[in-house]
Ligand binder design. Structure first.
Ligand code: PEP
Ligand code: MN
Length: 347
């Protein structure tokens, strides 16, 4: 349950709500926000009699949130969140944002060439891991800060905004210096210290669904970010582990519409990690846009057979160009448009 305070509620009035919640035997979580301050009530197992709270001075309204997550729910905020990125790019509005690039940043030549090529095809953002969460410790772990610098260089040359992963709480500051959006990967979706740190980073966060996470767990992880004050959160469906190894993961297409129903946050799809095979990526990217995804994130490599990670699921540049043409048609059919890339800074 949320006790929403009036705009001009005083500190004493907020404290009185907190005290009353505690007297009732529950936990109070004050949630100061730019628009309004609310006090969350947790620890209840069922509906709470709110009459005492509703009568307190400074209280505007009581919202009964039926979900375990609060601030990310549509009950808390009805209108869809639009995450605003530098240069006016928006995720969660009418535009469908396409993010493309290699799994990992491998070299200057590779990332600059790929950035130029995906931009020419119409991608608005560049992806590429500098810190890679690999299943094996013997696999390529990424270029680290050098990779972040190369991503920043690619942004300067092409105007593409950059999303890249922070793997641990200590790494968030470094990634924040270079990236436009901080990615939290599937393996880290429930790393609460990382979530808390990213929630204070002051930059938008792309939160990927965990390898075997339910939608409720995904939304609870997003709640950590909002609870720390970061409301610029983009969710990402990237498939969950199933019993069939025909594809790398089971792409949960319905999650897109389920999340749109339960939450005001935007959700994009990653058909690359969801399927693991390049010939499956294009059909699932098309399907994701048709299903209402606010964007897609696709791995593209100039020479997939030489990729240091995830070559089998990386599209050739020409395949990506064709996918962009198809996505534009699908977006138009459902009354949306594909976001245009921003002009290059140096242009
Ligand atoms: C990635 O997008 O670079 C990645 C590692 O994906 P995931 O966290 O979804 O496995
Ligand atoms: Mn990858």
């Amino acid at each position: 349950m949320l006790v929403v305070m009036q705009h001009d509620a005083s500190g004493d009035e907020i404290q009185r709500v907190v005290d009353t919640i505690e007297e009732l035997g529950y936990e109070a979580r004050p949630m100061p926000g730019k628009q309004r301050t609310a006090v969350g009530l947790v620890g209840n197992d069922g509906r709470v009699d709110a009459s005492r709270l509703a009568a307190l001075p400074g209280v505007k309204e009581i919202i009964h949130v039926t979900q375990p997550y609060k601030q990310v729910s549509r009950e808390w905020k009805e209108e869809s969140t639009v995450v605003r990125l530098p240069g006016g790019l928006r995720i969660g509005g009418n535009e469908v944002v396409v993010i493309a690039g290699p799994c990992s940043v491998e070299s200057e030549e590779q990332i600059i060439q790929t950035a130029r090529s995906v931009r020419a095809s119409g991608a608005a953002m560049l992806r590429g891991g500098a810190f890679k969460p690999r299943s094996s410790p013997y696999s390529f772990q990424g270029l680290g800060e050098e990779g972040l610098k190369l991503l920043a260089k690619a942004r300067e040359e092409t105007g593409l905004l950059v999303v890249t992963e922070a793997m641990d709480a200590e790494g968030v500051d470094l990634v924040t210096q270079y990236a436009d959006v901080i990615q939290i990967g599937a393996r880290n979706m429930q790393n609460s210290s990382l979530l808390k740190r990213a929630g204070r980073a002051g930059k938008p966060v792309l939160l990927k669904r965990g390898i075997a996470a339910t939608i409720t767990e995904l939304l609870l992880s997003a709640e950590y970010l909002l609870a720390e004050g970061n409301h610029d959160v983009i969710l990402c469906e990237r498939g969950v582990r199933g019993f069939d190894n025909a594809t790398r993961n089971v792409f949960d297409l319905a999650a897109i519409t389920v999340v749109h129903g339960l939450s005001h946050l935007p959700i994009i799809a990653d058909p690359s990690h969801a399927t693991g095979w390049r010939d499956k990526v294009t059909p699932m990217a098309r399907a994701a846009v048709a299903a209402g995804a606010d964007g897609v994130m696709v791995e593209v490599h100039q020479q997939p057979d030489r990729a240091l990670s995830d070559g089998a699921q990386s599209l050739y540049p020409e395949q990506f160009a064709e996918l962009m043409r198809e996505i534009r048609v699908i977006a138009e059919a459902i009354g949306r448009v594909v976001a245009e890339p921003l002009p290059a800074v140096s242009a």
